[in-house]
Design a protein around this ligand. Structure first.
Ligand code: SAH
Ligand code: SF4
Length: 399
């Protein structure tokens, strides 16, 4: 299914009322102060707004019946509860959904940056893949985002809004209808359609640390969106100095985009490696606050034909991760126009994955999802079944 919802460009409106959706508690308190709510009342009012915005998913101040009529009118005069626009929605045959979200322009030159958000339902979870930046300043040679110049960091509000949009689209707020093709959302009883979040969309989250951290605070607030910290994974290409602070402040799960077992190759694939080489990166992982067998670090390894996919490298990978509570995720390379790499052959991936598997690591291959809408890696058809079953097995032991 392909649905284009709005083709017209976004126009900057200097008089637009700001949306409160996605704001932190501190920002909501400021918004209330700006319309004259006295300090002694603010905490209580923030609590009320919080419940309506994040627990109920309200789109209008009118429904906030525990807020006085006068204050509701004042709020509506100054603010909105608008979400960013979904300009295109796609639904894959396997239930994966992709939304193109247009952010409101920040000035007259801005036509509204666009970010993609991907939703992957599975039997025991629903994972939302979100972005932390528009584009990326880093230039990993196998990554399409790396060829785009950075437009800007996303604000915490824009990061949180990605989940709000997903919950709207999936009918996952009280009173909303599930989409008609809701049968494609197989997540089990008691599990919300979006139960997990991965920062694996556009951008390097640890280069936008403060906003990402604030966003995680909103996403995991027990009185609102209530996601579990253990179900949020931040993926980094290896911004070493920010790894310990991430563990200390956010307490989320960590994923490292490793992709190579020696500095020479990793310098080429992930140029940030020249600044923070493998030894420093692995030391930071060893010391990651909260890392334990029950909270393992995920190492992502993209399978590039003839580049990093030999059995020797598989053995090397296992050797270098010794002593770190780790999971390994092999990602079939997802080609894009102009890319200088190809995805490894399936037999090669299988051989590599067997070595990793026999060394005691589960979850070796990330099953490509939403191939029909994402143009994911090559012609992986029935050959994937075996590995898919294994990957599914391994997923069971994730949080
Ligand atoms: N910047 C962060 C998070 C976003 S990228 C990071 O690099 O970790 C999320 C994951 O997708 C990373 O592991 C990245 O290496 C991987 N990736 C990027 N381009 C890819 C491609 N063309 N095919 C497969 N995986 C890719
Ligand atoms: Fe792509 Fe992540 Fe590298 Fe940025 S850091 S270029 S998003 S792989």
């Amino acid at each position: 299914m392909n649905e284009s919802m709005n083709e017209s460009p976004a126009i900057f409106d200097p008089n637009a009322r700001p949306s409160l959706v996605g704001k932190t508690r501190a920002q909501l308190a400021e918004a209330l102060a700006a319309i004259g709510v006295p300090e002694r009342e603010r905490r209580m009012r923030v609590g009320q707004l919080w419940h309506w915005i994040y627990y109920q998913g309200s789109t209008s101040f009118d429904v906030m019946l525990n807020v006085s009529k006068a204050l509701r009118a004042k709020l509506a005069e100054t603010y909105t509860l608008e979400r960013p626009q979904v300009v295109a929605a796609q639904l894959s045959l396997d239930g994966t959904r992709k939304w193109l979200i247009r952010l409101p322009p920040v000035d007259a030159k801005d036509k509204g940056a666009e970010i993609e958000c991907v939703y992957i339902p599975e039997s025991d979870r629903g994972t939302l893949c979100i972005s932390s930046q528009v584009g990326c300043t880093l230039t990993c040679t196998f990554c399409h985002t790396g060829t785009q110049k950075l437009v800007r960091n996303l604000t915490a509000q824009e990061i949180v809004q990605q989940l709000i949009v997903a919950r709207d689209m999936l009918g996952d707020f009280p009173g909303l209808e599930r989409p008609e093709d809701g049968g494609l959302i197989p997540v089990g009883e008691g599990v919300r359609p979006v139960s997990n979040i991965v920062f694996m969309g556009m951008g390097e989250p640890l280069y936008n640390f403060d906003e990402v951290n604030d966003a995680i605070g909103v996403l995991t607030d027990g009185e609102g969106l209530s996601l579990s910290k253990r179900r949020i994974t931040v993926s980094t290409s290896g911004v070493v100095p920010q790894i310990a602070p991430l563990g200390e402040t956010s307490g989320t799960m960590l994923a490292i985009s490793l992709h190579a077992t020696n500095d020479e190759l990793r310098n080429k694939l992930v140029p940030l490696n020249k600044k923070y080489p493998l030894k420093d990166l692995l030391d930071a992982c060893r010391n990651y606050p909260g890392a334990a067998n029950s909270r393992r670090i995920t190492f992502e390894y993209v399978m590039l034909k003839g580049v990093n996919d030999s059995p020797k490298e598989a053995r090397e990978l296992v050797r270098m991760l010794k002593g770190i509570p780790a999971k390994i995720n092999l990602i079939p390379f997802n080609p894009w126009p102009g890319a200088q790499y190809e995805c490894s052959d399936w037999e090669t991936i299988e051989t590599f994955s067997d070595i990793v598997f026999n060394a005691g690591y589960a979850s070796p291959v990330r099953t490509p999802r939403g191939r029909d809408i994402l143009a994911a890696c090559g012609q992986l058809k029935s050959e994937t079944e075996k590995l898919r079953a294994r990957a599914r097995l391994a997923l069971d032991d994730e949080a």
